[in-house]
Design a protein. Sequence first.
Length: 345
Amino acid sequence: MTSINTNNSEIRAVPTNIITGFLGVGKTSMILHLLKNKPADERWAILVNEFGEIGVDGSLLEGQQPQESGVYIREVPGGCMCCAAGVPMQIALNQLLKSATPDRLLIEPTGLGHPKEILEVLSSEHYQQVLSLQKTITLVDARKLSDQRYTSHDIFNQQIAIADTVVGNKSDLYSEGEGGDNGDKQKLIDYVKQKGTEHAQVIFAQHGDIELAALAGPSLSKLKIDEDHHHHHGHNDRPLLPETPIPECGFIKAVNQGEGFHSIGWRFSGETIFDHNKLVEFVWSCTAERVKAVFITDKGFYSFNLDTDALTEVELPACDESRIEIISERLNDNLEEALMSCILA
């Protein structure tokens, strides 16, 4: 199969970019910046993969897009975009392409996904005429190069190895270097020379703000996946929790683990209202690599995005239900009790 049929035409050669990077590096912020600069007459599709089972990124992106924006979003939760044969990914991608018939496709894998396998699926015979693989963008926080938890992590290095362009994000927070020591920018340039391909370009950005032109051009990543490198997560038979009806208790809870990290998340019915002030305190209190959430509060609809540097809070025009996902190397036992205490009686 080399093309996907819609009711009116075949979908062929859709310009496609993978936007990857480790936890908390700013992938979603970059996509939001790109969407703000999307040509008004173009339709864009975004396939979002999350490590957590609940799925929050899709709501974050949709909540900040105006109606009739020409943006179509689909989620693959549970870290399963790259599991055996990429089946969940292929199903979601085929459905997204049929519904959106896009002028461009952006794929955001989870920061803990296996990017080589994702690239293999997209390069397979099934998609050779459907997709036109353009530059793979990998975001890196250069400050993490001094932390062996990152530089010794296979996924972190894979993300650099497949990149056509490495974006040193959060560059406003980098050190300049002194006393003969290289600054963070030069350390990243040197690291990409060591771990990346010879064609890889390094650029720098703040808050994920890059030019649309950075997406253009064919991908030169032609990496092969060794048979012994495949990861089989066994998620194929699970129900998709973002789409499961919420039971009478008013919420769904889910956990996941892998690659040295744990996630915990909740979905709450649209009738559940949270105390905004208590929520802010709760999110700030979380010791985690990432917290992403959308909430219905007594002050309106809000998204929260916490990484190791800052908490970003954005007022949304609407959301159907409240969702939160927390990812950390170690999860506190009292998270559920603390979150539930934020619900208005």
